[in-house]
Design a binder for this molecule. Structure first.
Ligand SMILES: Cc1cc2nc3c(=O)[nH]c(=O)nc-3n(C[C@H](O)[C@H](O)[C@H](O)COP(=O)(O)O)c2cc1C
Length: 260
């Protein structure tokens, strides 16, 4: 793994991890994660908080077997009734997820598989804010052998671990000629977004390339029901940006990406 330290490497090996070893996240690792979290909170205008050793938050999911040994989480807190803040939360919390992945940690976004009221008791939720979602974080089950696995093996697990929509489905707004004409950075961006987590694996984001002004656009598919649309849009935009190599997004449903 040593030479695989880029965010695109994290995208290529990340999967949702639902079974963890009981080992705690040590102080040094927590400090490193907090440095990333502090930086993204400043950029995002939200409050991501790392909460360690609170297994009661996952008591139900651990008991049912849906999760195993889940005890630590990122609490994602931001302004109430603000879809753009939720999009930024998805974008920047996924940035923390990818940093954690590169440290050998496992993660799983959670909207349903936790006790949100219990989770809120262990983090700061200022007046006017709410707890949006969580991300379970910890050492994946059998993490020592997993850390020793070749990068290529982890890539293969990511590639085959679930069904997903095709490139054509992600670019439904384009015809074949437009797909052919799109630059390599656009395809690489969409392929990174295809590997992104989304609520219930619904993959609700559509991408298109506009040759007239050399921009890409991302929009939420109105045909896809998801309770977490803005969050999923933010996650998908981060993956696209990393896949495309460089460039910036405008926030919002239909926001444009300018490649640099
Ligand atoms: C906003 C959001 C909420 C999620 N909530 C849950 C959840 O409550 N329980 C769960 O097991 N997985 C949850 N997931 C994980 C998704 O099921 C998972 O990302 C998706 O199936 C794709 O699989 P992958 O992450 O392994 O690529 C959630 C993901 C997102 C982005």
């Amino acid at each position: 793994m040593a030479e695989h330290t880029q965010l695109i490497d994290a995208i290529n090996i990340r999967t949702a991890v639902r079974a963890y070893d009981p080992d705690p996240i040590d102080d040094d690792t927590a400090r490193q994660l907090d440095m990333t979290i502090d930086a993204v909170n400043t950029l995002a205008g939200i409050r991501i908080q790392l909460v360690r050793d609170q297994p009661a938050v996952f008591a139900g999911a651990n008991a049912s077997g849906h999760l195993k040994n889940a005890a630590n989480y990122l609490a994602i807190v931001g302004p109430k009734q603000d879809d753009e803040a939720r999009e930024r939360a998805g974008f920047y919390a996924e940035r923390v997820v990818l940093a954690a992945t590169l440290r050998g940690l496992g993660t799983c976004w959670v909207g349903g598989s936790w006790d949100a009221a219990e989770a809120a008791r262990h983090c700061r939720v200022p007046h006017g804010d709410e707890l949006y979602l969580g991300v379970v974080i910890g050492h994946p089950e059998n993490h020592l052998s997993r850390m020793a696995a070749p990068y290529e093996q982890l890539v293969e697990i990511q590639r085959t671990h679930r069904d997903g929509k095709t490139y054509e489905q992600f670019t439904r707004d384009m015809d074949d000629a437009a797909r052919q004409a799109a630059p390599a950075w656009f395809r690489a961006g969409v392929e990174a977004a295809m590997k992104a987590p989304s609520a219930l694996n619904r993959q609700p984001v559509l991408f298109s390339y506009n040759a007239d002004d050399d921009t890409a656009a991302a929009r939420l598919d109105p045909q896809v029901e998801t309770g977490c649309g803005p969050n999923d849009l933010g996650i998908a935009k981060l993956h696209f940006q990393i896949g495309a190599g460089s460039g910036t997004w405008a926030w919002g449903d239909g926001g444009l990406f300018i490649h640099r």
